[in-house]
Design a protein around this ligand. Structure first.
Ligand SMILES: [Zn+2]
Length: 199
């Protein structure tokens, strides 16, 4: 998403703001920027309020508002994965986008949907319960053998019935994205890479 990289548009603002380190929500890279628009106490003030303001990413040039622990847009969690069908990649990216706006319950629900689709793509029967799909992935070794603890906590979080959905925490959302990432990397991205090298 390098909308601004190769155009003739330019940001005009403070060229030397107080530096701010953050992970850019657009390109996902860690940047240390001192360009953008700073916030001042008032019109007459000449010193920037801490390192607050709109910062421009040094890589993709997209703007991020940073103020006292707030980052808009936030950074996504997890890494992008190649070799996925449009449906799987759509769900996975939507989960990561939801994370960047702190919508953790949405992350968890989307990841459950994603894991169900993954299981069906890998041969499970449609129309089962979430837990049964987690078991399917585990029993058929689509989940690495050393991640039992993970599988247990995913099972636990998925054990509530649909009408009593709990509000998801950041930790649960991170777990769901990491778990999904691991499964789609090992079962889709790496096999797709192998097929490419064999060509
Ligand atoms: Zn960026």
């Amino acid at each position: 998403m390098n909308y601004l990289k190769n155009t003739h548009h330019a940001w005009k603002g403070d060229q030397y703001m107080k530096q701010h380190d953050y992970t850019c929500g657009y390109c996902n890279r860690h940047t240390s920027s001192n360009k953008g628009l700073s916030l001042y106490e008032n019109q007459a003030s000449s010193s920037q309020v801490a390192n607050y303001g709109v910062y421009v990413c040094t890589y993709c040039k997209m703007p991020t508002f940073l103020w006292d622990g707030i980052q808009i847009p936030g950074s996504k969690y997890g890494n992008s994965v190649m070799g996925l069908s449009d449906r799987l990649s759509g769900l996975y990216e939507e989960a990561r986008d939801s994370f960047s706006v702190n919508a953790y319950t949405a992350v968890i629900l989307i990841c459950r949907k994603l894991l169900m689709h993954i299981a069906v793509d890998l041969g499970a029967e449609p129309g089962k319960r979430f837990i049964e799909y987690v078991n399917y992935l585990k029993d058929n070794n689509f989940v690495t053998t050393r991640s039992d603890k993970w599988v247990d906590s995913i099972r636990k979080s998925g054990n509530e019935s649909n009408h009593e959905v709990n509000i998801g925490t950041r930790e649960e959302a991170e777990l769901m994205i990491k778990f999904s990432e691991m499964i789609i990397k090992t079962n889709f991205e790496y096999p797709a890479l192998m097929e490419k090298t064999e060509e």
